[in-house]
Design a binder for this molecule. Structure first.
Ligand code: CA
Ligand code: CA
Ligand code: CA
Length: 367
């Protein structure tokens, strides 16, 4: 079943104004890393079909998509390396050696650097995404695992699974500027899209810690602890509703927390041993990788029910931000980078230096 897609109002206006009939709405892809068969399953999120599966390094537990959507990275636990994947060809184009047992990883919003948590080394490797080289290694807490980036790019947050803490890294200096005690065995981590709080799953404590990181409470301290299901790991936050989706490994379900009240407002059964959880960038679905069912559950966030189950590879973890960015006009340039996000202009020409693509000059805002 195809997930219904609403046509953005501004796209409707653009279509009407330009009488363009063939603007494809290219869907981003979900890159599901399969830890046991050392592959990535690529899911077209418009159809929820697996379009291809390709090999990467050994034990790809973590995965991250570059903000431009042209590169994907997997952290390969058993070869102590990161695979660099070209999404045009879905092939590994480079391999970068990092620390021992790399797990989670995340890219800065400007795309310049990739942060990789090394579990055994309790460190974070910082990779320059232009050169594919490690430019720095930062000591974190004991057994670094999950990585999340603040939307303003200034801070990276790392869970330390056996340190029961979160390390806060300043991306300008690479210094650890705070170490925040959280619950027992923190694993997953996500920054609220409003930039004010960070949600951390405590796998052993069956709780979620909420850290205040901006605003009046910008002191990197835990302001709430919420009881969830058994063995929480994956976590992500819906950009519109502010609902927090938490995958619980041992109870095989997803808890929904309303971030306005930090109350649990729902529970959704999924597959066995859910790991990766990510809200689709268009807000229309939530994807959950079930590591012992070898499939992905797709949740409709309007009904909070599973509407699709997608068979993937063996032991899908997809730990991280595994879905690519929106590219509404399908010209290969992500919406956040496209100077005419609803008009096909892959060259991004701006000959008059207006700051808008020449294809949009003179058209109403939103084209
Ligand atoms: Ca585009
Ligand atoms: Ca465009
Ligand atoms: Ca222009």
């Amino acid at each position: 079943m195809d997930r219904p897609k609403s046509l953005p109002l501004s796209l409707g206006l653009a279509l009407g104004l330009l009488a363009v009939s063939a603007v494809a709405r290219a869907a981003p892809f979900a890159y599901i890393s399969n830890a046991a068969d050392h592959t990535v399953s690529v899911v077209d999120t418009a159809s929820d079909a697996v379009v291809t599966t390709f090999p990467v390094g050994t034990g790809p537990y973590g995965v991250a998509v570059h903000p431009n959507g042209r590169t994907v990275y997997t952290a390969n636990l058993y070869d102590n390396a990161v695979s660099v994947i070209d999404t045009a060809s879905n092939t590994v184009v480079d391999t970068v050696a990092v620390g021992e047992w790399p797990f989670g990883l995340a890219v800065l919003p400007d795309g310049s650097a990739l942060y990789v948590a090394n579990f055994i080394d309790s460190s974070v490797s910082i990779i320059d995404t232009a050169t594919h080289t490690v430019v720095d290694t930062v000591l974190a807490g004991t057994n670094a695992r999950g990585v999340a980036v603040h939307p303003d790019g200034s801070r990276v947050y790392v869970t330390n699974t056996n340190g029961d803490s979160v390390s806060v890294i300043d991306t300008a200096t690479h210094a650890v500027v705070a170490t925040v005690p959280v619950g027992s065995q923190p694993r997953g981590i996500a920054v609220h899209p409003n930039g004010k709080t960070v949600y951390v799953t405590n796998n052993d404590g069956n709780t979620v810690s909420v850290i205040a990181v901006a605003g009046a409470l910008a002191n990197n301290s835990v302001v709430a602890t919420i009881a969830v299901g058994a063995g929480p790991i994956g976590v992500d936050i819906h950009p519109v509703s502010g609902y927090v989706y938490v995958g619980n490994r041992d109870s095989g379900d997803v808890y929904i927390i309303d971030s306005a009240t930090n109350a649990v407002v729902g529970t959704i059964p999924v597959g066995l041993s859910p790991r990766g959880v990510m809200v689709h960038p268009d807000g229309g679905a939530v994807y959950v990788s079930n590591s012992l069912s070898n499939n992905v559950s797709v949740i409709d966030p309007t009904t909070q029910t599973v509407v699709e189950t997608i068979a993937v590879g063996s032991v899908p973890f997809a730990f991280g931000e595994f879905i690519g960015p929106l590219d509404s006009d399908g010209d290969g340039v992500a919406d956040t980078l496209d100077n005419c996000p609803l008009i096909v202009n892959p060259g991004q020409e701006d000959d008059d230096h207006s700051g808008r693509g020449d294809a949009c000059d003179g058209l109403p805002p939103g084209c």
